[in-house]
Design a protein around this ligand. Structure first.
Ligand code: C2O
Ligand code: CU
Ligand code: CU
Length: 480
């Protein structure tokens, strides 16, 4: 009976999805507005105090307004501004204090995604900041150069708060990265790209969860935003540029490539530089994942336009404006990765991500903040097997094929970084050879990862499709 009701729901979802699609075709898309906007660069957050190697920062979580479409102001959330947040930048060895004031009328938390910090400083669901209250995170930056980010992580309200605009970058530098002669002038030839999508009405009003499908597979929009604007362009010199890509979307997976299918070079995964640049024509990022890439525009003539695209979406257009002499390089060797030996692995754990909509679960369980799901010994190396099944409550016809197509999940853990041992028994994808904290899992995929647990406390693991996370596709592990 339960299955029957559920299958009716699924069919209703498919219908409403179809109808929505038709509407989307009939109405003029905000995305089709030709006007382009110059890419805004999130400012670097200035410390309000520096004592030796201690940096003190202030952030306030606040409501503001944004015009996604000219003439139509809508409510958005931001850190120290109307939407998104400033880029926090620190160096390995710095001692960081960030005081976060919640000026919203609802609770929030602030999580440092990709940062290795003790559990109590992690900003997950346990570190609630009530309205009008503040919370200070203090930690030492003890990891190599990387592009990390921060976003809310409240129990049940993460997806909507991110959708309303809460997200920012956290860039870590170290002496190794500084010596590589990579493009590293922030906002000049080192460009952050926070890629998100929203469903905008004709008037430029973002709407959220308007069909059953949004709840089933996560909220995807009809319009792409980069650093908070639609249809961005960037004037570039005919030289090398580094782009720090963040998929900050609730649920959309991007398959980035250049409009002329040219090569680009990946230099970093989620958690830092890789051993040597990977020459790629496409790169997939699921929600929460990052990659740093270098695009060499030197082969293009002045006046040429080239775009970063994903599927049929234009992400950003680059206009080549000048020939300049370029002293940056794409080094043959970037860093040494200290690989973890599987034979030192103390334990193997399996995490099966299953279901969609309100039935999402990991290993048959849904998030319970009063339950620790896994206990891990401090200092241990472990192998984790991550699997994904659509698992529609025994509805064979739905299992990963037929009407629903494939269901995507991904797996993110706090307080630890992974190396991928294999993906479905084969080597990881070309762009996954490095430290990761978020891993894409399409239906029925099996990914084996290895990690060493060097940070103590309670941490989350979850699907980073934010609607799935909010519906309980999350668990907790304790390192002690
Ligand atoms: Cu980006 Cu647990 O989060
Ligand atoms: Cu995280
Ligand atoms: Cu999921």
């Amino acid at each position: 009976m339960k299955n029957y009701v559920f299958s009716l729901l699924v069919i209703a979802a498919i219908f409403s999805y179809r109808i929505n699609n038709i509407e989307n075709i009939l109405v003029a898309q905000p995305n089709s507005i030709d006007e382009k906007t110059q890419l805004p660069i999130p400012p670097i957050l200035k410390p309000n105090k520096i004592i030796n190697n201690q940096l003190f920062f202030n952030l306030s979580v606040q409501r503001g307004t944004t015009e996604f479409v000219k003439g139509s102001e809508v409510i958005t959330y931001g850190y120290n501004g109307n939407i998104l947040g400033p880029t926090i930048r620190a160096k390995k060895g710095h001692y960081i204090n960030i005081t976060v004031r919640n000026k919203l009328r609802e609770y929030t938390t602030i999580h440092w995604h990709g940062l290795l910090v003790p559990g109590v400083m992690d900003g997950g669901p346990h570190q609630v900041i009530s309205p009008d209250k503040e919370w200070t995170a203090s930690f030492v930056v003890s990891q190599p150069a990387a592009t990390a980010w921060y976003h809310p992580h409240g129990l049940g309200n993460t997806a909507i708060q991110v959708y309303k605009g809460l997200a920012g970058l956290f860039i870590i530098d170290d002496t190794i990265s500084e010596k590589l002669n990579l493009p590293d002038k922030y906002g000049v030839n080192d460009i952050p790209l926070i890629v998100q999508d929203k469903r905008l009405t004709n008037e430029g009003m973002p709407v959220y969860l308007t069909s059953m499908m949004d709840i089933m597979t996560g909220m995807t929009g009809n319009t792409i935003l980069v650093n908070g604007v639609i249809n961005p362009y960037l004037n570039v010199n005919a030289s090398k540029y580094r782009f720090r890509l963040l998929n900050g979307s609730n649920a959309r997976v991007y398959d980035f490539r250049l409009s002329d299918d040219s090569y680009f070079y990946q230099i970093a995964t989620d958690a830092g530089l890789i051993e040597k640049p990977a020459k790629l024509t496409s790169l997939m990022l699921s929600p929460g994942e990052r990659a740093e890439i270098i695009i060499d525009f030197s082969k293009y003539e002045k006046g040429k336009k080239i775009s970063l695209v994903s599927g049929s979406f234009n992400i950003i257009e680059f206009n080549i404006i000048n020939k300049i002499s370029d002293t940056t390089i794409i080094p043959e060797k970037l860093v040494n990765i200290k690989y973890l030996n599987p034979s030192n692995s103390k334990r193997t754990r399996i995490f099966n991500l299953e279901g969609m909509g309100f039935n999402v679960n990991i290993n048959g369980k849904r998030m319970d903040i009063n339950r620790i799901d896994e206990y891990i010994k401090y200092g241990d190396t472990e192998t984790w097997i991550l699997t994904s099944t659509a698992g529609m409550m025994g509805m064979g016809m739905m299992r990963g094929r037929g009407m629903m197509g494939n269901v995507t999940h991904n797996f993110h853990a706090h307080g630890v970084h992974f190396l991928i041992l294999d993906r479905n028994g084969s080597p990881p994808r070309a762009y996954e050879h490095g430290w990761k904290d978020t891993i894409l899992l399409s239906d029925r995929e099996e990914v084996r990862v290895i990690a060493k647990f060097l940070y103590k406390g309670i941490f989350m693991y979850h699907c980073h499709i934010l609607e799935h996370e909010d519906n309980g596709m999350m668990g907790q592990f304790k390192v002690e």
